[in-house]
Design a protein around this ligand. Structure first.
Ligand code: C2E
Ligand code: CA
Ligand code: CA
Ligand code: CA
Length: 277
């Protein structure tokens, strides 16, 4: 038993050492990506479920050097958050999204661009000022930019965080609660957030035939209706799901049914009339 215990101990030590090495490696590659400017954005269309029109798109961060090792944003964003690198990354993403938005607009696109921002920014005193500068520099109409905040990471919406959200709203940005339904937002807290929309988490969309998950979708839609919030359903993968959602009054959707995240140029192609499958 003793030998066994030691083995297990060694096993865990090894595992921990391994995961620390992995974190360090990710941190190094993120720093490199920032200094070499090798981050990329992939775009996912957001469509009107009634007619399939593209009403907007979401910018998703890609780091090719990490992607090569099978490491995506779900893994590296939390590490970027815990190391503070996220502040630089978020700004870089927003700036690129502004540039891309202007390009889309010049091609006649009337929709919006959504970007993800970390909840870390709600504790970052410089954030609002930095966005203000970027807006002035690029002359982007803020109401065409949606800022998505993941609900799970908002846990307690204290005064300071709400104040930052209000400043962002004052600047004209549309604020959207991401992954809605997976976090801790008491429904009655919703009205304290200055948000204009929410995105129903993908985990509720995959199971149109699961009575419990379907109930949750219906509850969220009813709630959104009361607070007059726009709703985007995430992770729509089948025609059945899209039809069900439209029938329930969910206006917008996003997911592999319409398109996977694609390079900016490919997204531009899709905007040409009749190109969206
Ligand atoms: P998210 O904001 O909830 O983004 C949606 C994620 O679900 C994306 O994964 C997208 O590729 C995936 N997805 C969308 N539709 C479908 C579908 O129909 N089926 C399946 N299986 N998956 C679908 P991704 O790109 O790996 O991003 C993961 C998360 O990383 C994002 O979740 C977001 O929280 C975070 N993230 C991504 N880019 C950024 C960024 O620029 N800044 C920050 N702060 N976070 C980001
Ligand atoms: Ca998002
Ligand atoms: Ca989401
Ligand atoms: Ca997510």
């Amino acid at each position: 038993a003793k030998a066994n215990g030691r083995n297990r101990y060694e096993f865990f030590t090894k595992e921990i050492a391994e995961s620390i090495r992995q974190r360090d490696m990710i941190e190094v590659l993120l720093k490199d990506a920032l200094s070499d400017k090798t981050f990329e954005l992939a775009y996912m269309p957001i469509v009107d479920l009634d007619n399939g029109d593209i009403v907007g798109c979401e910018a998703l961060l890609r780091c090719p050097s990490l992607q090569q090792q099978g490491i995506g944003p779900d893994v590296f964003i939390p590490i970027a958050e815990s190391t503070g690198l996220i502040k630089k990354i978020d700004l870089r993403v927003i700036e690129q999204a502004f540039v891309d938005y202007l390009q889309l607009k010049s091609r006649g696109f009337e929709g919006y661009v959504a970007v993800n921002i970390s909840a870390v920014e709600l504790r970052n005193e410089k954030f609002v000022g930095q966005l203000c500068e970027l807006l002035a520099h690029y002359r982007v109409p803020a109401h065409k930019i949606h800022l998505e905040l993941t609900e799970t990471r908002l846990i307690s919406p204290d005064q300071d965080a709400v104040a930052v959200l209000e400043d962002l709203q004052q600047l004209g940005f549309q604020l959207v609660l991401d992954d809605f339904g997976t976090g801790y937002t008491a429904f009655n807290q919703l009205m304290h957030y200055p948000v204009s929309g929410l995105k129903i988490d993908r985990s509720f969309i995959g199971y149109c035939d699961n009575p419990q998950k379907v109930k949750m979708v219906e509850i969220i839609l009813a709630l959104a209706n009361v607070y007059e919030l726009n709703v985007v359903a995430e992770g729509v993968e089948t025609q059945e799901q899209a039809a069900y959602l439209a029938e329930q009054g969910c206006q917008y959707g996003q997911g592999y049914l319409f398109s996977k995240p694609i390079p900016f140029d490919d997204f531009c192609q899709k905007l040409e009339p009749g190109k969206l499958a």
